[in-house]
Design a protein around this ligand. Sequence first.
Ligand code: ADP
Ligand code: MG
Length: 619
Amino acid sequence: MGKVAINIVTGSLQPQETIVGIDLGTTNSLIAIVRSDTHEPIALKDVDGLALVPSIVHFDAYGNITIGNPAKELLIAEPERTIYSVKRLMGKSYKDVSKDSGFFAYHIFDDDTDALVKIKVGDRFNSPIVLSSFILKELKKRAEHILKTPITKAVITVPAYFNDSQRQATRDAGRLAGLDVLRIINEPTAASLAYGIGTKHKEEKTIAVYDLGGGTFDISILTINNGIFEVLSTNGDTYLGGDDIDNLLVKHWQTQTGITDDELKTYKSLAQQFRMKAEEAKIHLSANDIFNGEIDGQTVSINKHQFNEIIKPLVDRTITSCGNALKDAGIKAAQIDAVVMVGGSTRVPFVKESVAKFFGRELYDKLNPDEVVALGAAVQADILAGNNTEMLLLDVTPLSLGIETMGGLMDVLIPRNSKIPNKAGRQYTTQKDGQSGMRISVFQGERDLVADNRKLAEFNLTGIPGMPAGLPKVEVTFLIDADGILKVSATELRSGVAQSIEVKPQYGLTDEEVENMLLDSLTHAKDDIKTRALVEAATEAQQMLDTTEKFLLKYREALTEEETIETNKCMQQLRDAMEAKDKDRIHNATEILNDVSRPYAERVMDSALKDAMRGKSVI
Ligand code: ADP
Ligand code: MG
């Protein structure tokens, strides 16, 4: 903050902007940044020191909306007005969720179609996207309050198994909340980033990310190779998490206190107290051996041993999933280099012990497991902001990168979706005799004409020694390093003259702009092919005209008067055709000029050769 940076893409000065990382969780959400002074990722906390915002939205009868902890307190008292686990509905149609509808205490409007689900509260319908945007807005507000600066850019995480429509829904939620979502990244990828795993050059690792949250369990097996993360397999249970542990505890205390299921159904506030107390006990037991408490005047208790017994079947199920994930990935537990623990429920010691035993190794569990995903998102955000040059940018090029060639055509050196880091090179030459400089203009985009693409940078390669056109060999090299910085260099190979420039291709382009540019290229594909053909024909024609003119100047007396007249006529026809921008006419006129000039050109060349031979003594 307070720093000023130059945006190389636009050339404009801009204040260094904080890009935030957001974990939009099923149970809890939070927002994190990388501190500009210490370069450490931190979760942003409220005045009470709490980083987690329960992903719960409450609507009162007047349409007022509360988010987070205040909403959580109303969960059981006002089930119809308190929306939780909305992440489960992201990007889903009514058909998708029909089998799960028993899980939700609120009203999912159900018309059994392929349309996206909506949730009814009072007479108001809300899409999961809108509900998620409320949570994101709350997080944004928190960050702005703490950082005292507007926040407009974010990286948001999603489960590795999220499909395109779920990812798109998440992106839309961000947009609705006033956030430009620079990137959607996988939660397990974020978790490993937070630990700095896989961020070094040439690093090759296979890791397991074990994520036991509030309502879901995910195990992901990833490989990381030179900064590129690849998901080998995912497994898990979408209805297994800390909530289930709480429910088992409630059951346990029901036997202790004699409170029946029916009573809990009738007395909602009692049920709420049971649930809250159960969570409290569970959290207490993560650090202590015994819990004693009171619910509605009755004492409840549980010790660690009992607790472990109760949850063992649940933990065993997660271990079975781990085995299946390994099997799907085709690897053995011993081949895993690191096991990363994610999700609040992995604070339970028995869970840690079981996972460590299964994989036979120590766990990455030093960071807060419920913060680690957001911290990793912040790390990715920091890389995108260009603040972190030590780490790899884990990505592919969103748009093609190339340079302008004759006639304003785009010559692509690195196509879109190429993995980063990347290197590509191509040779070019001069158009004119004695040409001493060459302009290298770097563009980004999918259109055939550079005019329709986005210019990133431009420089001149100067000092090329005088040579006939076509003789210099100018090698242009594009190098995108692991930090996402594009370095363009041009070298004239015969003389060794060289020049280079650095560009940051990603920064400054939103995903939306990238999408638009791609869309544009599709819409204009046909036009572009036509234009390219015309430009190519015109380029060839211009070269033909230039050579002919040069020839006439030098060898005028070698031509008959008829030949000169004919040649001038053909040249004029070619110029007219170029003027008319008629590709076929240009083509024909070029051919004709070529045919007319060939005989005398050969004649002149022959005699020049004979002259040269005569001058030499042949032994
Ligand atoms: P999600 O990824 O589903 O949004 P989190 O990673 O925030 O969820 O995990 C939330 C779960 O973690 C809740 O069930 C909560 O009770 C549980 N949890 C938080 N802290 C502890 C703890 N110290 N011991 C056991 N469980 C905990
Ligand atoms: Mg989570």
